[in-house]
Design a protein around this ligand. Sequence first.
Ligand code: SF4
Length: 300
Amino acid sequence: MAHLNQRRSENVNGDFYVDTTCIDCDTCRWMAPSVFTAKGEQSAVYQQPTNAEERLAALQALLSCPTSSIGTVEKPEDIKIAQSSLPIAIDKNVYHCGYHSEKSYAAASYFIQRPEGNILVDSPRFTPPLVKQLEKLGGIKYMYLTHRDDVADHEKFAAHFHCQRILHREDITSGTENVEIQLTGTDVFSSDVFGSDISGQSPDLLIIPVPGHTKGHTVLLYKNKYLFTGDHLAWSKSLQQLIAFRDFCWYSFSEQTQSMRRLLDYSFEWVLPGHGRRYHTDTSTMAQEMQKCLTWMENA
Ligand code: SF4
C-alpha cells in the first residue's frame, strides 16, 4: 500500500501518485503511458487521468505494481471494476495477467485460454482477485515457466489449481525441485509436453530452448504467432528495436546470441517478454527486426 507521506515530489498534483518505494520496474509506464513516466530513477505521475479509459489503465497499473508504490488520495470506489478487468486481453485468447510480483522483479506473466487446457506463462502474484478471475476463465492446466527467475508464486498456483508446472531441468533450483515436468536437452519440445495429441496436425505449441540468459531458459511459441520470451528477448523503448539484456545475462551472452539465431527459423507476430516492452508487427517485419537484433548482439 502506497503512503501519502512518502509521495514523490515529482508527481503532479492530484489523486494518483507514486511514492518513494518505487523500484523503477517500468510496469506502470507501459500499462498507463498517459499517466506515468520516469522522473529520475523512479516513476511519477506526469498527468492525472482525464477520462474513464485512462483511469482504468492507471488503476490496472496500481494493482500490478509489484511494490504497491502507486496510491490514490481518495479511496478508489471503482477498484473492483479494475480488478475484474485483469487479466487484460492482448489478442484473442491471450492475456496479460497484471499483478506483477516483486519476487520476479516485476516480470509480466501471461495466460492462454484454450480448449485443451489453459496455460499460465510465468508467475504473477498469487492474489485472491486474480485467482478468482483465472477461475472464471477456466482455471490453469499448465504453468509454463520460461526460466528460474520468474517463478514467483508458482507453488501457490500449483497447489490451488492443481496445474502441471513445466521448467527446464537446467533451471531447477531448491525452490522448484518439485516441478512436475522437467525438460532436458536442447531439442525443441512439441505440443505433447502439454498432453496434446499431435498426430496428423501441426503442433500449436513449441517450447524452444534458448540458453543464454540462464542455462535452462526456454521460450514458448503458440500458434506460430505469439512468442513468450521471458528474459531472452524484448523490445527496447529507448533503442526502438528488439534486444537481449547483456547486463542481465547470468549464463553466457555468446550462447544467447546463438539461441537468438535459432529463432530466425520461426515465424511469429508477437514478442511477449517478462521484462522490457512487448512488440507486435507482421511476420515479415518481425523477421527483419530479429535479424537486426542478432546483428546488434553480434556487435555488442
Ligand atoms: S509499477 Fe510500481 S515499482 Fe514499477 S515503476 Fe511503476 S511505481 Fe515503480
